[in-house]
Design a protein around this ligand. Structure first.
Ligand code: IMP
Length: 430
């Protein structure tokens, strides 16, 4: 029976969703990206090749699987074309498999300039954005002045909207920021060039998804970033500019919420965060280095070193609540193979006050100190293990304890970077 499965990050992004999506795509007919843009970065290892995708769903690596970029995504066409080129070079691109929502908004060069300028102006309270223009592009979407993929298909409309936008943007850039503005003709010609290259992919993807469902196809909805970076439910203002929670799978792709059968939250076996903002289980520099080196914790998009810490059970319970998780996936369990003790945060404390429910206010969260439970490590390699029962006893206990704290079972445990280094406990598509 066909199923619709949503994959979301249960932490601050970088949970290893790319690999999970890659594995589960093997059972899906269609994969949909529904929010974010090229601030995301999914690294997928296929054979000996490492492929990093920022915008195109990693499902594109599976022949015959349709990949949809939904209306909730913001698209930088220059980045999109670069990815298409890379995929073509590797013989992994079938043009018919990529569909782009006509309603998805475009990232423009002025969005990138404004992203950088806003960060500069924030000074010490900067967010640590990826600098890809994501926030300003969503700002224009909400202020109803954004340019959408459909606009690319009509030169007159595109030009008129661009002209109106540039008037306002250039005024701000030139008079407030005292920097050089953008030239209408150049931008127009650049974007008409992009339009020519991607026009055949632009379509009504909501309609396509509806038809696919009616034909009994299984759909995988691929979330980017993570729950705690959600614009409404994350650690505001240290968040991204889109809704990253499972509800956005519906609005960001134009399907009804009742069509979603299963919601899977992906979490590392520990926690990482890039960018600024509170992080209660964050390690000190020495411990940080151990996890960062073992886990190669450097951002796929910006190369920035990630902040690391033990697993935060309070945050995961929150992710279960705001996403309505029906299952979890634990990734990078093997990174904990060499630790003699492993900690899980089960609650926070502010002074003597015990806090069991995740506070999203940055001012409160930054005062929280973790209450840890310590479990013995397993001190043996797990990367070659392919069934749950064969894991070392202490590794099984760790996974079971995480499930107990969060309140849902795991369907997959990842034990290495390669596609086959994973233990499938339950297939959500079957
Ligand atoms: P923006 O999405 O570029 O506006 O950045 C806002 C915040 O979200 C920053 O802290 C970024 O580091 C973080 N962020 C955005 N995309 C990702 C991601 O894919 N993984 C992890 N963090 C991300």
């Amino acid at each position: 029976m066909a199923k619709n499965v949503v994959i979301v990050g249960a932490q601050w992004g970088d949970e290893g969703k790319g690999k999970v999506v890659d594995i589960l795509t093997g059972y899906a007919d269609v994969v949909v990206r529904f929010q974010g843009g090229n601030n995301a970065g999914h690294t997928v290892i296929v054979g000996k090749e490492k492929i990093v995708l920022h915008l195109i769903p990693s499902g594109i690596l599976h022949k015959g699987v349709k990949c949809v970029i939904g209306d909730g995504v913001v698209i930088d066409p220059e980045c999109l074309l670069e990815e298409i080129e890379t995929l073509k070079e590797k013989g992994k691109f079938n043009p018919e498999d990529l569909l782009i929502s006509k309603d998805a908004h475009l990232i423009m060069p002025y969005h990138k300039k404004l992203d950088a300028a806003k960060e500069r102006l924030r000074g010490n309270s900067k967010i640590g954005t990826t600098g890809r223009g994501i926030g300003p592009a969503y700002e224009d979407k909400v202020s109803r002045s954004g340019l959408r993929c459909a606009d690319l298909l009509d030169r007159e409309i595109f030009r008129a909207k661009l002209e109106t936008n540039l008037r306002e943007k250039n005024h701000y850039i030139e008079t407030i920021l005292e920097e050089e503005g953008f030239d209408l003709e150049k931008l127009f010609n650049d974007y008409m060039g992009y339009a020519e290259a991607i026009k055949d992919h632009i379509t009504d993807t909501s309609l396509f998804l509806d038809r696919s469902m009616n034909e009994g196809k299984s759909i995988l909805f691929e979330g980017a970033q993570g729950t705690l970076l959600d614009i409404d439910h994350g650690t505001y203002p240290y968040v991204t500019s889109s809704n990253t929670v499972a509800g956005e799978a519906a609005t960001g792709s134009g399907v009804g919420p009742s069509t979603l059968d299963e919601i899977v939250g992906v979490s590392k076996a520990y926690t990482t965060r890039v960018g600024e903002g509170p992080f209660p289980t964050e390690h000190d520099e020495e411990q940080n280095a151990a996890l960062r080196e073992e886990g190669e914790e450097y951002g796929a998009t910006t190369g920035r070193p990630r902040r690391c810490g033990w697993l935060d059970g309070v945050a995961l319970r929150y992710a279960k609540r705001v996403n309505g998780l029906t299952a979890i996936v634990l990734t990078k369990l093997d990174i904990l193979d060499n630790f003699s003790e492993i900690k899980i945060c089960t609650a926070y404390k502010i002074g003597e006050q015990l806090i069991e429910d995740f506070p999203t206010e940055a001012s409160i969260l930054s005062k929280c100190t973790p209450v840890f439970e310590t479990l013995p490590g397993w001190k043996s390699p797990t990367s070659d293990i392919r069934d749950f029962d064969s894991l070392p006893e202490n590794a099984k206990k760790y996974v079971k304890r995480v499930e107990e704290i969060v309140g849902v079972s795991s369907i997959l445990v990842s034990v290495g970077a390669a596609r086959d280094e994973a233990i499938m406990v339950r297939n959500p598509f079957s």
